[in-house]
Design a protein around this ligand. Sequence first.
Ligand SMILES: *Cc1c(COP(=O)(O)O)cnc(C)c1O
Length: 428
Amino acid sequence: MLYTRSSQLFAEASEVLPGGVNSPVRAFKSVGGTPIFAKEAKGAYLYDEDGNRLIDYINSWGPMLLGHAYEPVVTAVIEKAKKGTSFGMPTELETEIAKLALSMVPGIEKIRFVNSGTEACMSAVRLARGFTNRDKIIKFAGCYHGHSDSFLIQAGSGAITFGAPNSPGVTQGTAKDTLLARYNDLDNVRSLFEANKNEIAAIIIEPVAGNMGCVPPQEGFLKGLRALCDEHGALLIFDEVMTGFRLSKGGAQELFGINADIVTFGKVIGGGLPVGAFAARNEIMNYLAPLGPVYQAGTLSGNPLAMAAGLAMLQDINTNEGLFERLEQKTAYLEKGIRKQLEKAGVVFTINRVGSMISVHFDERPVVDFDTAKNGDNESFKKFFHGLLQEGIYIAPSAYETWFITDALTYEDLDFTIAAVGKVAATL
Ligand SMILES: *Cc1c(COP(=O)(O)O)cnc(C)c1O
């Protein structure tokens, strides 16, 4: 496949956009080469500016659970746009999507909509600090919660891909309030609580980590965090920006049967438009302005187009018979096929998977935290990435990213992908 027009467009973009992109994860910095420019997309396929068709395993980094240009979502946005694109006033639509989200996700009574996952996580932490009257938070190495200052400490995928785990520009003052723990290491968290008695406002965690590849929580880990938070009067924040409405209707909370105190959303909840949200029980949410003292606002929050897309998406997910079983089966099928091909080629690897989140690591040791995620062989990954791209398969251009499976994929697509993996594996 040729990518000449994409390369030209990238050169042009690089003149006016830093690195030619508006989000660093889109650049091909860690794999080499130049990014592919998208022209349009439908279902499981992307069509690029060179006229290539690519089977898409990124799906806008998660949102397109039901495929690109999903008819109900597209129609809802078009119809809404005709009636005005923003009012700066409340609309009935916001109540409608709120009611639906609250009915799908366990343990939450009120929700606030924002414009991105970053905003949701940033606001959730502020709310937790206001509610507990404490300053410190615990985050896990390799977890990503958006690009807000407090979180850019060993922040996983995007940040680590570019070799800047701790971003310049984040002050010492901010960084000192973020305590870093090892994923899947309960003793580590326990000792942080012991060393910072009555100072920790919250733990924020991806209940299934998806920004250091896919790293599932080990048996008892999330439950242990819940108990530690209860024991020490801290709040447990589940960052479900990736897992929300993807792992089940109720996200990771429902999947693992563990309730967090605050839950954040993004990606799927907007159906491909910029939406984030955070939610909790009334006691906590009532701390938020205008009811309570913790300030948070947004000119375009609850934007009618974004809410229309999100509502159409959630309505579909809520009534889509067998959706999560299909996603599980398709992804399990893909996993099995990739395993077989890599084994056949004698490639050293580990595959992690939870539901429709899956990642391939080029290392035989189990990947359970950030340190083990970093063990993967990036040279193999680069070849793997470019090999698949030549076959018309688009996975994330970083070894630290999860593949996001969409229900729009057919078994023919999966078979094609598995065969391509076989071809590429033979060259590794
Ligand atoms: C993508 C992501 C975010 C940030 O969301 P944006 O919409 O990119 O700001 C936060 N947390 C997790 C777990 C994510 O995957």
